[in-house]
Design a binder for this molecule. Structure first.
Ligand SMILES: *[C@@H]1O[C@H](CO)[C@@H](O)[C@H](O)[C@H]1NC(C)=O
Ligand SMILES: *[C@@H]1O[C@H](CO)[C@@H](O)[C@H](O)[C@H]1NC(C)=O
Ligand SMILES: *[C@@H]1O[C@H](CO)[C@@H](O)[C@H](O)[C@H]1NC(C)=O
Ligand SMILES: *[C@@H]1O[C@H](CO)[C@@H](O)[C@H](O)[C@H]1NC(C)=O
Length: 237
């Protein structure tokens, strides 16, 4: 009886684990123009007549290098370039925001979104975490679009890429219009009296830390090996 119970319990644990895994494996891919709008139609090769610009809460333009603070509000603008007296128009767009690291957050769009814009949650290029993407919810004509985005709470959290696909007219679109927001590394305030033979180590964000490169890791490995060897010895005595 107890053995049957045990078997049942074991199977329900296995089933529960399986269901949990299956849930985590369901990935909704982010919308894409060539897949969802114009299958088989390649994007334009020419330089796109649209630009993405990002400004901070004081309206200052942000270029590639700056400090993205924690939960800082930014305005993302997608606009048509000026050609002669005309501003290039567009009828549809998709804006994806994703992190360099597949396990780091990528911030949130601030609601309410402007009219004619909707948000979707999806997995960008197979990332495990859920990304937010904004896109047109109607097929009206635009010359300019502004959405607000809040940076992740965690800082630094890896470089963030904003990437747009813009549709000029039926079957005519540009992909990969992008800007990258980089975190500025904090200056490490360390004093290592003996210095480091291989310089200072960098963390996963590429920022210098207050640890020696190479040596520390090796020391730890050796001492833990020694510890295991001693433990084994004790067990045999
Ligand atoms: C917008 O972005 C483009 C391309 O990155 C850049 O040339 C332009 O100066 C930016 N405009 C502003 C107002 O920052
Ligand atoms: C731009 O507008 C001005 C004034 O309306 C006009 O004189 C000029 O010819 C226009 N240029 C083009 C390229 O259309
Ligand atoms: C967004 O714009 C494109 C191009 O005009 C259109 O095909 C698509 O239906 C629009 N999306 C929605 C949800 O209306
Ligand atoms: C980002 O834009 C640059 C040109 O501004 C382009 O060379 C690059 O391929 C784009 N990156 C991606 C990932 O689309």
């Amino acid at each position: 009886m107890s053995r049957l119970l045990g078997t049942c319990l074991l199977w329900s644990i296995v089933a529960a684990l399986y269901i949990q895994r299956a849930k985590a494996d369901i990935h909704i891919p982010c919308p894409s123009v060539p897949r969802d709008f114009y299958p088989g139609v390649a994007p334009q090769n020419s330089s796109p007549p649209y630009v993405l610009n990002v400004t901070d809460k004081d309206g200052r333009p942000l270029h590639d290098f700056h400090f993205i603070g924690s939960e800082a509000i930014h305005t993302i603008s997608l606009s048509g370039k000026q050609t002669g007296n005309d501003t290039e128009k567009f009828v549809g767009f998709i804006i994806n925001i994703y992190n360099d690291f597949t396990d780091e957050p990528s911030g949130d769009f601030v609601t309410p979104l402007p009219q004619g814009v909707k948000e979707e949650e999806c997995h960008y290029e197979g990332r495990s975490y859920i990304n937010e993407v904004v896109m047109n919810s109607t097929a009206k004509e635009w010359t300019n679009l502004q959405v607000q985005w809040k940076s992740p709470k965690k800082s630094p959290a890896g470089n963030i890429h904003i990437r747009a696909s813009v549709i000029k007219e039926y079957g005519v679109y540009w992909d990969g219009i992008n800007v990258t927001l980089k975190y500025m590394c904090p200056t490490p305030g360390c004093y290592l009296p003996d210095g480091c033979p291989h310089g200072l180590a960098r963390n996963k964000y590429g920022c210098i830390t207050c640890e020696c490169a190479g040596v520390a890791a090796i020391t730890v490995q050796f001492s833990s090996l020694l510890f295991i060897a001693i433990a084994l010895l004790y067990n045999f005595m």
